[in-house]
Design a protein around this ligand. Structure first.
Ligand code: FES
Length: 105
């Protein structure tokens, strides 16, 4: 199972095994990690699942769809590494996936 390292807003990091096909949001909320609120439950409408994908892991994910890009445009603290974690599907990879969690509260 791929390992996702969640770099949390408090400066700590937690490794989680996340099944292929689940989302980065799933791996966080199922383990009660802080930072990803995921108010809409993953339907790409709330933007409270904002993360920054580490440069080393950027190529592992599909490009954002238009609705995700539009939400990110209006988000405080968004940058070119910003993604909505409910739209990031974990691929079948041996590489560690590095995610920087932005506190969405
Ligand atoms: S959980 Fe709401 S947009 Fe991702």
């Amino acid at each position: 199972m791929p390992i996702v390292t969640y770099h949390l807003p408090d400066g700590t990091a937690t490794d989680v095994d996340v099944q292929v096909g689940q989302t980065i949001m799933d791996g966080s909320t199922r383990n009660n990690l802080p930072g990803i609120v995921a108010e809409c439950g993953g339907s790409c409408s709330c933007a409270t699942c904002h993360v920054h994908v580490d440069a080393t892991s950027n190529g592992l994910f599909a490009e954002p769809a238009e609705e995700e890009t539009e939400l990110l445009e209006f988000l405080d603290g968004a940058c070119d590494r910003s993604r909505l974690s409910c739209q990031l599907v974990v691929p079948d990879t041996d590489e560690r996936i590095e995610i920087h969690v932005v506190d969405s509260r």
